[in-house]
Design a protein around this ligand. Sequence first.
Ligand code: GLN
Length: 482
Amino acid sequence: MKNLAFATIKELKEKLKNKEITVEELLTFFKDRFEKFDGELGSALAIFDTKSILKETANYEGLLGGIPGILKDNICQKSRITSCASKILENFVSTYDATVTENLKKEGALLIGRANMDEFAMGSSSETSAFKLIKNPWNKECSPGGSSGGPAAAVAAGLIPWALGTDTGGSIRQPAALCGVVGIKPTYGSVSRSGVIALGSSLDQVGVLTRTVYDNALVYSVIAGNDPKDSTSANVEKKDYTKQLTGKLPENLKIGVVENAVNAEGIDKDIHNAVQAAISKLEKLGAKIKKVNLKSLEYATAAYIIINRSEAASNLARFDGVRYGFRAPEYKTLNEMYNKTRDDGFGDEVKLRILIGNYVLAADHVGDFCANAEKVRSWIKKEFQDAFQDVDLLVMPTTGGAAFKIGSLIDNPIEMILQDFFTVSINLAGVPAVSIPCGFTKNNLPIGFQLIGPHFAEEVLFQVGHAYQENTEWHKKHPEGY
Ligand code: GLN
């Protein structure tokens, strides 16, 4: 059974169909892998009992029939805790399923647990989880990235074939790159946010982490689509995104290489070389390559910080000890109850963001900070739109460096924020991007590159990503010891 650990969803579906293995055996297999490896890795906050998992789904004919997966712990699963890796929601039990959860259950997926993350998805290293650290399976002294560090580490170590994460500024793509797996941040509005605990409502998207692009397209097919429960949901047609995956690039494909990203100052040499090699590969496969410059990139992080903090401050105002989760046990007045609850319940990073958010939203400053940040956002959107008049897709590195040592950036907020330098502009523009493994550093740490498309170009991203993987072997390498 050992070879099942790194089997793709596609292969597992075949095995189930041919009755080489039963649904119960498959479930037990992956639960045992968490049991064996996750004590050290820390990727899951909970793995559920077998009976309750099996009870939630019956449709083994569905697109994900009988295939186990894990959800980041900010996505509601009915009658289960949803903690956001925060003390304030440690015992909060969801009363309903997020729309993505509902769709997964309808298609027969087995949701086996809750994946660890940065508290309220704030961070790039998974070190802000209130409960435990997550380690990178490629080097356990290193961070898996964040905030979806749990989903990325679990998929990379072969503990599970797929996971859902959320991405507000890079939280799926950066950990995917640092752990050597595929991670998509879909078009804003293509996947419902109903039942997903918000960080930055105008930026958040749910997305998929897998080891292959094909598997990614499969899970995306299940979660994408219009949802009347989410007022920002777009009119996305439901379809099977694996149908167009021929292994060939679409004809006359034009790819724009973002020059000021690929050649950015300070980018790690190994990463630069690996991304260049990926571009050459795409050219060999038939793509026409053009150079593009996105001047707004340099301003994206600053604008993101303002927008992210102000939306976070508004969204997290609801955690006040009255409506959800934890309440401080001792207080004399209502105000004291609010203060103590939020002081004890939230970690430092969350408190810092609430403070900054409220500061920039204050009437005196809102014009300086928020209005300017929105202007930058419009500029970024326009630059992407203009670029896509000329090319079908863009290429950038996912990160400027590979996985870093745990503890090395936590006291260096600027360096930590720069983890998202190449990812945040994509959230601000609302366009889709997928990070795909494209090599290793000299220290054997994974490298990823981003394929970016115009709004609703997921199908093209999957086609190109799949063709790239059919012609490369990077995704077939796995960390040792698993
Ligand atoms: N690392 C970024 C941040 O800390 C992105 C987080 C995310 O995408 N959820 O805000």
